[in-house]
Design a protein around this ligand. Structure first.
Ligand SMILES: Cc1cc2nc3c(=O)[nH]c(=O)nc-3n(C[C@H](O)[C@H](O)[C@H](O)COP(=O)(O)OP(=O)(O)OC[C@H]3O[C@@H](n4cnc5c(N)ncnc54)[C@H](O)[C@@H]3O)c2cc1C
Length: 353
């Protein structure tokens, strides 16, 4: 009977990054993916690598900052090993704060001034009549980096089972022994649940994850240089890609497992983009879509060993899973190997619910 050191449930960016990290340490790894790896939240994401205290939950700040720092190396390795460009961009973000916390925003803005006039930084931006600040953030193409991670994992001899859903983690004498799927069973010494918004559906632990829908729109910029920076305003965010695409996002909706887009919402995003960049009236609409972020009751990830020895979980990355992939892979590898992770994970413990 074939067995693996670690079985990972779910081939999104979290499961794939962890599979690579474990494999690098010598573990044999099987990823069991219900569909095709990288086609759920990790396919739908915008790819902003946000670690700004105005937006990141305080309990997540250390992990977010650490992961943002790891990104250039993480992306470089995946690009080299897979031969896939992931479009890691380093142009920074222009943020128009919501004004909800005016005093806090003003104090923060004083330390993050724009490095020039808005007109000079991104001439296509309409004059917003509201103060803007500048963040040294990166962005990445989530579809590309997830595809690169899948390719890298295969090249590093991670095994994959695609198109078969895990229904339960099997347990014997109180320890995890593998997974049961709709068609078969796989045996492994350790199991990690990386099933994103679906993590709570796999017996025996009903983690309180829920889908939080995000609708997005993709335009073709009339010229590739139309917008350089990521732009975030209270109405929408704009993420330029080096190939001339422009992503406009995103809604945050409680809509169950429904991934349909609706015209009124897509039109509202389109209007918000036009208000920020009037020249986009010439832009073609390439695509719209929706994805399901893995949400949790306190909007923090769930990371660690469960009450079933040998069964671990890395899920609930909500709006930051692309950003948090490298640090999640690092800390979870330590936890799974029985080492102390570099960061205190108490706030993310599965036992907090
Ligand atoms: C519109 C939108 C915009 C976003 N923008 C950003 C952003 O700018 N920056 C950022 O950092 N994050 C962003 N996110 C969040 C980010 O996409 C997620 O946090 C991240 O992709 C979660 O990765 P994951 O691997 O946990 O989940 P997923 O990518 O959803 O992967 C989970 C995988 O598990 C599989 N699976 C589920 N159940 C089973 C089962 N029973 N058996 C086998 N396989 C199973 C699924 O098929 C799926 O492939 C955004 C998300 C959305 C929807």
């Amino acid at each position: 009977m074939k067995t693996w050191d670690v079985i990972i449930i779910g081939g999104g960016i979290i499961g794939l990054s962890l599979a690579i990290a474990l494999r690098k340490r010598g573990a044999t790894v099987l990823v069991v993916e219900r569909g095709e790896p990288g086609r759920e939240a990790s396919y739908a994401a915008g790819g902003m690598l946000v670690d700004c205290p105005l937006e990141t939950p305080p309990a997540l700040q250390l992990l977010a900052t650490a992961s943002a720092r790891m990104y250039p190396e993480f992306a470089y390795e995946l690009e080299i090993e897979s031969g896939t460009r992931v479009d890691l961009r380093d142009c920074g973000t222009i943020l128009f704060p919501s004004g909800e916390h005016a005093e806090r925003d003003a104090a923060f803005a004083a330390n993050h001034p724009l490095p020039g006039l808005l007109k000079e930084l991104d001439p296509a931006l309409a004059d917003p009549h509201s103060p803007a600040l500048y963040l040294k953030e990166r962005s990445v193409d989530p579809r590309a980096i997830t595809a690169a991670a899948w390719k890298t994992a295969k090249q590093r001899s991670v095994d994959f089972s695609s198109g078969d859903e895990v229904t339960a983690v099997t347990v014997a004498d109180g320890r995890a022994t593998g997974v049961k799927t709709t068609k078969t069973a796989f045996h492994g010494a350790k199991v990690v649940n990386c099933a994103g918004a679906w993590s709570g559906q796999i017996a025996p632990h009903a983690f309180p994850t829920r889908p939080v829908k995000g609708q997005m729109l993709c335009l073709a910029m009339p010229s590739r240089a139309l917008l350089k920076h990521v732009v975030r305003s209270p109405e929408a965010y704009l993420i330029p890609r080096s190939d001339g695409r422009l992503l406009v996002g995103a809604t945050v909706e409680e809509a169950g497992f429904d991934k349909r887009t609706d015209i009124a919402t897509i039109q509202r995003l389109h209007r918000a983009a036009l208000a920020l960049i009037p020249e986009l009236r010439h832009a073609k609409i390439l695509e719209d879509w929706a994805g399901l972020r893995p949400g949790t009751p306190d909007a923090l990830p769930i990371l660690g060993e469960t009450s079933t020895p040998g069964y671990y979980v890395a899920t609930g990355h909500f709006r930051d899973g692309i950003l948090l992939a490298p640090i999640t892979a690092e800390v979870m590898t330590a936890v799974i190997e029985g080492r102390n992770p570099e960061f205190d994970l108490t706030a993310f413990s599965p036992s907090r619910f």
